[in-house]
Design a protein around this ligand. Sequence first.
Ligand SMILES: [Zn+2]
Length: 375
Amino acid sequence: MISRQDLERIVSYNGDGDLIVSVFLDMSVDGDNKRNHQLFLSQRRAQFDELESERPGHPRQGIGEALERVESWLAEEYDEANRGVVIYASLVGDWFFEAFQFPVAVENRLVISEHPVVGPLAQVLESYDHHGVVLVDREHVRILSVYLGTPLDEVVRKGDPIPTRYGVQAGGYSQSRYQRRKVEEVNRSFREFADEVEKFVGKHQPDDLILLGTEENVGHFREFLPEALQLMILMTGSVPVDESVSQVVAWLEPHIEAERDREAHQLIQTLRERVEQDYLATAGYARTLMAIQEGKVDTLVIERNQERLGARCEQCGFVFASGVDRCPFDGAVLMAGVDVAEEAVRLAEVRGAEVEFVDAGEMEDLAGIGALLRF
Ligand SMILES: [Zn+2]
């Protein structure tokens, strides 16, 4: 599995100019139940074999060795339940090697560069939150931890009925006393269940909570949660408390997707309005890259799976979208062929800005990238 800490570690990695190969593999199976990453890897290997071995910046031998390390990791460590693999390996020696696997697919890609390519990894991490899913009725609560569309842990708690006083026979209560007793019993259970949810949140640290059950139970139960937990509720829904885990996860998928789309549209709308008013926002690569490097960005908004060529100053390291030959700050020559979509994400992550990915084509009018600024 992967976490934000992994991304932070990779982002802050400094190879002092040594080359790193970043490998992204789609490990999902096709219609014939086969994985196709081997074909992709051998195609890439063949391409590098055709290159002149002495071409600077592309040491053929290093790539061959790095790909062998990738292959042996796949043979020894890869778990078939996972659909995405990301591996970073140094081209010189074997002192840097990091491999991740997780249940969602990534596009096949192999990049050689001075920094580990983090865009696709950030895209997975920023697109999936860690959900605490609470299924509740009057007798039980079930709490699931769901991340990357996968259930990670489950807690089940049954309420303890209030013990019947000795000697009181069934039917010995008056109707109103019986009702009162029932209400008391449910309240007592809900208090216990709320404690259980609080413990779960403390232990698993989900990003949000999703409450499932009948409308009546969910509405009543949420009143028992402390305010901090009520504020974490992302959505509620009607799902039977004893539904199988796979059914619960299947229910969640379209609902969470719809919620994510709604949030993305809202964010793009805010960005668009601010750009129109020229108020603390940028659109397009040139201005957005500048703002990121000046430390002004609060939230970077970028379309998924972008690649775009720009340049980097060899002297000061500043990254530019395009259209300049020399660095405006120090006059040094620029190194072309830098993927500035990747640089935008990487530099935003380095500076601790929020990064939000939206679907391709959603912000064409903003040139595919923009940012909300802090100042
Ligand atoms: Zn410069």
